[in-house]
Unconditional design. Structure first.
Length: 322
């Protein structure tokens, strides 16, 4: 009898040993990482790199699903309504969380109530650029030109409330100048017109702008980060001329609200571990990114602070919800 009990006990331990690794892995497969923008852009690159790394960390399949539209609102709303089991996540820039609720009558989600914040991973500065034939070769020279001829300098943007629009308006106010917004349906046509001289200046994301600056097709005057970017040696910050002008775009990972605490903690730990891996850091810093590696509390605070600042500016500009 004792021998049988011992055998059953040993069998049970053997089963636990076999089952142990499976239980240690993240429950559920595959994980869907929603990217609320089209394939091929910076966000898509980040999401696919993150998905591959997360799959390695958790031992499960992580699939990127592009659900583009409405400045990320369509994809974000899908995740907000998903089951909070950790199998549907969102990779998203700040604007989708902090600008959309101010610009849309119903974005389909509340950025603080409808998501479980997991990690704020990386941030990218924007670049203030001008056409190479434009006489200004520095930020102060651009300001001087705009002051001498109010309303003569046009800037390209990709829509009301976009970072390209809001940062130009912040620049306009900080420098006390009169510049005119020319709106485009996307970054590519705006940059084409900037290169052609149809508009004179533009703020755009560093990874998008970098190849054009490097090729000499556009002139970078400054970056919007607190410190100069190693990706653009010799290019100063806007803040060096207009103190306090610091505007960056950060990217984060979130899940639906109501995720179990242990599931959220495991995901957050894995994401923050990925953000410290040398090859991940190298791949994104080469594109002008700065690793943030902030946990759930950092992300929640960043959403709240950015939303308050953006909301105040949108109200001042008189932009109505669409």
């Amino acid at each position: 009898m004792l021998r049988n009990d011992l055998l059953r006990g040993l069998s049970g331990l053997a089963l636990l040993a076999i089952a142990g690794p499976a239980r240690a892995q993240f429950p559920g497969t595959p994980i869907t990482l929603v990217m609320p923008y089209p394939p091929g852009g910076l966000g898509d690159y980040l999401a696919r790199l993150m998905a591959r790394k997360l799959s390695e960390q958790l031992g499960v399949s992580v699939v990127v699903e592009n659900k583009a539209g409405a400045n990320g609102a369509i994809g974000a709303a899908v995740v907000a309504k998903a089951r909070p089991d950790g199998q549907t996540l969102l990779c998203v820039p700040a604007s989708t969380l902090t600008t959309n609720p101010w610009l849309m009558k119903d974005a389909g989600y509340d950025p603080l109530k409808d998501f479980t914040p997991l990690a704020r991973v990386i941030e990218f500065p924007n670049v203030l650029m001008v056409n190479p034939d434009f006489p200004a070769k520095a930020v102060q020279e651009l300001i001087d030109v705009a002051r001498r001829k109010p309303g003569s300098v046009n800037y390209g943007s990709v829509g009301m409330g976009s970072s390209t629009h809001l940062q130009a308006e912040m620049f306009k106010r900080a420098a006390s100048i009169d510049i005119v917004n020319i709106t485009y349906k996307g970054s590519s046509p705006a940059l084409q017109d900037l290169m052609a001289g149809q508009v004179q200046m533009m703020f755009d994301n560093l990874p998008s702008a970098f190849p054009l600056v490097q090729a000499g097709k556009l002139r970078a005057l400054a970056v919007t980060s607190a410190q100069p970017s190693p990706a653009l040696p010799g290019v100063p910050t806007v803040a060096s001329v207009l103190p306090g002008f610091v505007e960056v775009t950060w990217w984060a990972i979130l899940g639906p609200a109501g995720m179990p605490a242990d599931t959220a903690a495991k995901l957050s730990e894995s994401l923050l571990r990925i953000a410290r891996e040398p090859d991940f850091v190298k791949a994104l810093t080469e594109r002008g990114g700065v690793i943030v590696s902030g946990g759930p509390d950092d992300l929640r605070a960043a959403i709240q602070a950015e939303a308050e600042k953006t909301g105040k500016l949108i109200k001042e500009l008189g932009i109505s919800a669409q």
